[in-house]
Ligand binder design. Structure first.
Ligand code: AMP
Length: 472
């Protein structure tokens, strides 16, 4: 199968070839003809499958086939809208639009919060065919009357499950309400909770279904390994692994922001260049860190789960779980950053005795046991006793991993396809608010109003977060 045989317009084929793609990935082979036919699409695909080109290429193709018609004010209207959960993802998707659309005479723009409105208004005035946006800023523009979405022909909701996780359901509904009823809609999601299905029912008209990666599976191209380690030896083990193996471009995950900062300090002291990206970093600091990491100038990027969402770095060779995530699905997302589009990748996890419950949950989810390897000199002491893990004001104690007693995702993700209980079962690990009968999870329906524009980590909006839940 080649891109040419999919019937894509010549300027698109030229751009794709120049970019170095020779064969479409499975999602591309399936999605491109569907989108080109004008049908709605429900796509089950994780990041790393090539889904971005899977929807971008046929969108460009369709827009190229039909010239834009100026609106009543003589402006070129927005014809395609792509919504993404995070700023990083929006920027990357728009970059893909520009890459694949290099020879197509179409304009694109990325729009997200945290930066000035006026340059975005100026750009909109000049006419934009394809807009890639995060929901908050999009609605800000719409409310100010600086954005007209009434001519959108193609609407794409990317990473819909993440959107819902992040409390964007109200925003999505508001956006849907201002889009024309007659349009082509595509919805992509890695997981299919009842909420996603309800959203798909509302948005899509007789959609074609495409699923390329089974839910919560980890790609075969990723070599996974656990290094059991003493609690206080993790930092040194990480330095040892990086130095011994001469690792470059290492993406390291921590659960919390302050943990990320402390780790960066330690790595720097050991002569390993490192930066952290998380919600307390400015957009420019994060863009800089990502750019330096991509060029290889920066050896280690330390990220929290939310900040890392949507980061797309080609063939990332090493992902390290410095701390295992307390939500097992996050493990799958984390290691999906490596071994992309056929390239080999390695994901190692440094696991201390406190995290055995998390590990059990992960292995249950991915339905396989991850090989364990003790690095000489870093073995955990047999006398080390598990201690509760503190996530902000949430404590995950000994009940972790014994079914149902896990607390919700900090910040409240107790739903949306995640089976992390959020209050079912025992009382360990639950935000105090939930125990007091206040909304303890992401309360899509209860928060009222639109959550704030994604914080600088592109992450969980502050709106629906229980007041006393931890931030990360
Ligand atoms: P995505 O799932 O859209 O985030 O894409 C994952 C990665 O695969 C990106 O780095 C793309 O550049 C790359 N990619 C997408 N399509 C292809 C293809 N047909 N051949 C090789 N690499 C691809």
């Amino acid at each position: 199968m080649s891109f040419a045989s999919l019937g894509l317009a010549e300027p698109l084929l030229r751009a794709v070839e120049e970019y170095g793609y020779t064969t479409p990935t499975p999602i591309q082979t399936q999605a491109i003809p569907v989108v080109m036919s004008g049908a709605d699409l429900l796509g089950g695909a994780q990041t790393g499958t090539g889904k971005t080109a899977g929807f971008t290429l046929p969108t460009l193709h369709r827009l190229m086939q039909k010239p834009a018609v100026r609106d009543t004010r003589g402006r070129l209207p927005i014809r395609a809208l792509i919504l993404t959960p995070t700023r990083e993802l929006a920027a990357q998707v728009e970059e893909s639009v520009r890459t694949y659309g290099k020879y197509a005479k179409l304009t694109s723009m990325v729009m997200f919060g945290g930066v000035g409105m006026q340059p975005q208004i100026d750009k909109l005035r000049k006419g934009v065919d394809i807009l890639v946006a995060t929901p908050g800023r999009l609605l800000d523009h719409h409310q100010q009357g600086t954005l007209d979405l009434s001519h959108v022909e193609i609407f794409i909701l990317d990473e819909a499950d993440r959107m819902l996780d992040m409390g964007f359901i109200h925003d999505i509904k508001k956006v849907l309400a201002v889009l024309p009823a007659k349009k082509q809609s595509l919805l992509f999601s890695a997981t299919f909770s009842d909420e996603i299905k309800a959203l798909a029912d509302r948005l899509l008209n007789k959609p074609e279904l495409i699923e390329v990666a089974r839910r919560n599976t980890t790609a075969e191209t990723i070599a996974q390994k656990i290094h059991p380690v003493g609690r206080e030896m993790k930092k040194d083990l990480l330095c040892h692994l990086i130095k011994e193996n001469d690792w470059h471009q290492v993406l390291v995950f921590t659960r919390m922001k302050h943990g990320a900062n402390r780790l960066v300090e330690h790595l720097e002291k050991q002569g390993i260049s490192a930066m952290a990206i998380h919600g307390n970093k400015s957009q420019s600091a994060r863009t800089k860190a990502l750019a330096e990491f991509k060029t290889g100038e920066l050896q280690v990027l330390v990220a929290t789960d939310i900040a890392a969402r949507g980061i797309d770095i080609d063939q990332l060779p090493h992902v390290v779980n410095y701390e295992l995530p307390n939500v097992p699905e996050d493990y799958v997302h984390r290691i999906g950053r490596t071994g992309r589009a056929g390239a080999q990748g390695e994901a190692v996890s440094l696991v201390c005795v406190d995290e055995n419950g998390f590990l059990r949950d992960i292995e249950k989810l991915i339905k396989r046991e991850i090989p364990k390897e003790i690095i000489p000199g870093f073995a955990p002491s047999p006398n080390e006793k598990p201690e509760p893990i503190v996530l902000g004001r949430m404590v995950i104690g000994e009940g972790a991993g014994r079914g149902g007693s896990r607390g919700g995702r900090p910040g409240g993700g107790g739903g949306g396809g995640h089976n992390n209980g959020g209050g079912r079962g025992g009382n360990t690990g639950r935000p105090a608010a939930a125990r007091q009968g206040q909304p303890g999870g992401r309360s899509a329906g209860g928060g009222g109003g639109r959550p704030a524009e994604p914080r600088r980590d592109g992450g969980r909006p502050s709106g629906p977060r229980p007041a006393n839940s931890p931030k990360r």
